[in-house]
Design a protein around this ligand. Structure first.
Ligand SMILES: *[C@@H]1O[C@H](CO)[C@@H](O)[C@H](O)[C@H]1NC(C)=O
Ligand SMILES: *[C@@H]1O[C@H](CO)[C@@H](O)[C@H](O)[C@H]1NC(C)=O
Ligand SMILES: *[C@@H]1O[C@H](CO)[C@@H](O)[C@H](O)[C@H]1NC(C)=O
Ligand SMILES: *[C@@H]1O[C@H](CO)[C@@H](O)[C@H](O)[C@H]1NC(C)=O
Ligand SMILES: *[C@@H]1O[C@H](CO)[C@@H](O)[C@H](O)[C@H]1NC(C)=O
Ligand SMILES: *[C@@H]1O[C@H](CO)[C@@H](O)[C@H](O)[C@H]1NC(C)=O
Ligand SMILES: *[C@@H]1O[C@H](CO)[C@@H](O)[C@H](O)[C@H]1NC(C)=O
Ligand SMILES: *[C@@H]1O[C@H](CO)[C@@H](O)[C@H](O)[C@H]1NC(C)=O
Ligand SMILES: *[C@@H]1O[C@H](CO)[C@@H](O)[C@H](O)[C@H]1NC(C)=O
Ligand SMILES: *[C@@H]1O[C@H](CO)[C@@H](O)[C@H](O)[C@H]1NC(C)=O
Length: 649
């Protein structure tokens, strides 16, 4: 008898526990009292109370339930903090979800005014959405996804909410320790062509460029990693990924990296100064790879040359010569027709208008006919875009992606290539494009030669890049999951290194020249030059390269056991590294060095030899890598002066 009674008690306890553990809802009888919290059904999110770092106040919020680091994605009472830990989350008499303090004052409310049926309950869904439901017909009457704080999660809608007609946008925290409404906001505008903006109070601070059905033109790197669904809800390739607007106005992507047990930043909207809205003023164009970053559009000159040369670009540029169509209006004289100057890889200016023409030629024709049209662009996904505003603002040349932009200029300001482009047939256009390509190639080769000449005054044969197998950018993007952060292996001398898998299953390591580093190109070319001439079982093997536009990458065989430092300095792994293995590694490195110094056709000093530059294959054979700093000496030279100290301290 007794054991059975006990069993019943135990069972009921178990059931009760179970019910509490999975129940993620709040009703008028089931409240949350600080410091309690509820978990969403799949345990992704928690709803409860928290203190921001260095803050004495308590807030009601939702966060990702990660053991090491809490990532708050929503705050209810951001402008009305709790001064103590007396907070209670419950359903009020009128059916709203409310936060009250110890004095029964309502600090926050879902504030739905027309709740006919006051019997409601709230539930934290596994998407991070907190919903308030009518208990009778189960309809959602309120949801936190419609009133986001600073985080944009998969499944959230942006823009105008269909049901409430309210604008859904993010607003930043004031600072890391203060979730109250900050000065930055971000949202989707849908007036003409959809576009994302970040505003500083009411002034634009950043824009994404127009949406073309697949990407936002100004942020081509977000291609296909994100599955934009209907009405701009987002889906992500990764589970734990969201966007947050920081207190500094930066829209960043945060990715949970499981093996690091940490959040990392993926995409950032402000990568360079050029991303700041209107950096170069009206009719100015920003290119982060040039110095200075701002220049005037062709046919334009600085409005205030003195300020401009001092690096104050706010006043922008003005037209050098009047447009013919304006002149004709005044004098009635017919002169030479205006032309267009072409700019490629552009994040197009703000204030785009969409017009109907369905082909690029019709688009140009329509723009040329109407004097108020000062620029046009044609994108396969969008169609014809024209600009009629007085000022063209926020134009940027992108490292890759972007579209061609045509700016209307007076005939006298059309340069040779622009002029030809106005009148020529497609065939000649094609030949012209070929010529440009050749010119580009030629200039690139010239630049390479310059680098090579600089690097070695001796009789080193120049490398033939064309002898190296070439990889397509698309191929590498696919292989590395679009250079996603989770594919990143580490940071090399001149940029990030990614893991990838080619279509045929081969694993590769891709070293991508970082666009931001000025020094990088030289190191990149140096590495190509050195490594392409060498072959030894203790040197890492180059499989090929990729040079497309501004993208430069080297493709290596993948080394599954990573680098020596990861093994030597890992408390667990180093145990397993017995003396025989260590000796084998030492011997391999020495053989590699001997080859570099003595046995190869060139004499090469690595100049940055360290454990992190020794890679290990599956049998722990060492391979020397990273030749960005290496120096080539003449075949007979055994002494040299180095001008500067290089390498790693
Ligand atoms: C919780 O998730 C399970 C499946 O994962 C589902 O069967 C169950 O209905 C969910 N409970 C609630 C309350 O949503
Ligand atoms: C609904 O409203 C009625 C009267 O306004 C009130 O008496 C009742 O307690 C409310 N029900 C709940 C569940 O709050
Ligand atoms: C609730 O909504 C009303 C109007 O619908 C508004 O005036 C009031 O400020 C809102 N209260 C809160 C706490 O948001
Ligand atoms: C309120 O409840 C009744 C049933 O009691 C239902 O018919 C009605 O649709 C509900 N009203 C709303 C606005 O949910
Ligand atoms: C935002 O605007 C304020 C006021 O106009 C200004 O002081 C501040 O510098 C701006 N912030 C940034 C990051 O531009
Ligand atoms: C998307 O928008 C269309 C029209 O604007 C609307 O009919 C549709 O219901 C919306 N879809 C979703 C999932 O909100
Ligand atoms: C930049 O130039 C404008 C006039 O062109 C001037 O009003 C402004 O004060 C200048 N700003 C700075 C920081 O010098
Ligand atoms: C050209 O002249 C017409 C009428 O004479 C006027 O309506 C139009 O605004 C003028 N356009 C420009 C660009 O000056
Ligand atoms: C030129 O564009 C303006 C502004 O959109 C429009 O009002 C006008 O009708 C156009 N003129 C012609 C001749 O198409
Ligand atoms: C080296 O790589 C192989 C193959 O991936 C693996 O089986 C082995 O455990 C690795 N050795 C160490 C010490 O990590």
């Amino acid at each position: 008898m007794i054991p059975i009674a006990l069993l019943i008690i135990l069972l009921s306890c178990f059931c009760l526990d179970f019910a509490v553990a999975i129940d993620s809802s709040i009703t008028s009888s089931q409240l949350i009292r600080d410091p309690d919290a509820i978990l969403s059904n799949g345990s992704n999110f928690k709803l409860g109370f928290f203190n921001p770092a260095d803050s004495p106040y308590r807030y009601m919020g939702i966060w990702y339930d990660m053991p090491s680091e809490k990532a708050v994605i929503w705050v209810a009472n951001r402008d009305n903090p709790l001064k103590d830990s007396s907070g209670i989350i419950t359903i009020s008499e009128d059916g709203n979800l409310v936060l009250v303090n110890g004095q029964k004052e309502v600090l926050w409310s879902s504030n739905v005014s027309n709740l006919v049926n006051n019997s409601t309950s709230a539930q934290l869904l596994d998407s991070g959405n907190l919903v308030l439901r009518d208990n009778i017909n189960r309809a959602i009457v309120w949801e936190s996804f419609q009133e986001p704080t600073d985080s944009f999660l998969p499944g959230m809608h942006h823009g105008i909410d269909q049901r409430t007609g309210k604008k859904v946008q993010l607003t930043s925290w004031k600072s890391l320790s203060d979730p109250s409404t900050g000065s930055f906001s971000a949202g989707l505008i849908h007036q003409n062509i959809p576009e994302i903006f970040v505003w500083n109070v009411s002034r634009p601070y950043w824009r994404s460029g127009p949406w073309n059905g697949q990407i936002f033109i100004g942020i081509p790197e977000l291609k296909s990693v994100y599955l934009f669904r209907h009405n701009f809800t987002f889906g992500f390739a990764n589970d734990w990924t969201f966007f947050a607007l920081t207190a500094q106005g930066i829209l960043e992507e945060r990715i949970w990296i499981k093996w690091k047990d940490n959040w990392e930043v993926g995409f950032l909207n402000l990568r360079t100064e050029c991303d700041v809205y209107g950096k170069c003023g009206a009719f100015g164009i920003c290119n982060s790879q040039e110095k200075p970053i701002c220049s005037c559009l062709e046919g334009f000159e600085p409005k205030n040359a003195e300020e401009w040369n001092r690096g104050n670009w706010t006043s922008g540029c003005i037209r050098r010569s009047k447009l013919q169509c304006e002149r004709r209006n005044i004098t009635g004289k017919v002169g030479k027709e205006d032309g267009f100057s072409k700019l490629n890889k552009m994040k197009v200016p703000d204030f785009t208008e969409w017009t109907s023409p369905a082909t690029e030629d019709e688009c140009r024709e329509q723009c040329l006919k109407n004097c108020s049209c000062i620029a046009y662009a044609f994108d396969g996904g969008i169609g014809c875009m024209v600009w009629r505003s007085i000022n063209l603002i926020d134009i940027q040349r992108l490292p890759f992606g972007g579209t061609d932009l045509y700016i209307r200029v007076a005939n006298s300001d059309v340069d040779e290539k622009g002029k030809k482009d106005v009148f020529v047939s497609p065939l000649i256009k094609g030949m012209f494009a070929l010529a440009i390509c050749t010119l580009f190639l030629w200039r690139w080769i010239a630049k390479r030669k310059e680098v090579i000449a600089k690097l070695s005054a001796t009789n080193v044969n120049t490398v033939k890049l064309q002898d190296l197998p070439l990889f397509q950018f698309e191929e590498l993007a696919t292989a590395t999951n679009n250079f996603q952060l989770s594919s990143k292996l580490g940071q090399g001398g001149f940029g990030p290194v990614y893991w990838g898998r080619l279509k045929d299953g081969q694993e590769i390591a891709v070293k991508r020249l970082s666009k931001a580093s000025g020094q990088g190109l030289e190191e990149f070319m140096n590495e190509v030059m050195v490594i392409s001439k060498l072959q030894h079982r203790n040197l890492v093997r180059l499989l090929g390269c990729c040079v497309e536009g501004e993208e430069k990458m080297l493709i290596y065989e993948y080394m599954p056991n990573r680098s020596l430092d990861a093994l030597l300095f890992d408390p667990l792994k180093k145990e397993r590294l017995d003396w025989r293995k260590r000796f084998n590694i030492i011997e391999g490195i020495s053989r590699g060095l001997l080859y570099l110094h003595r046995d190869s056709r060139l004499r090469i000093i690595h100049r940055d030899l360290k454990a992190s530059n020794i890679l290990l294959d599956e049998e722990l054979n060492p391979k020397i890598s990273d030749f960005g700093m290496a120096k080539i000496f003449g075949g007979n030279q055994d002494q040299a002066d180095t001008g500067r100290v290089v390498g790693t301290l």
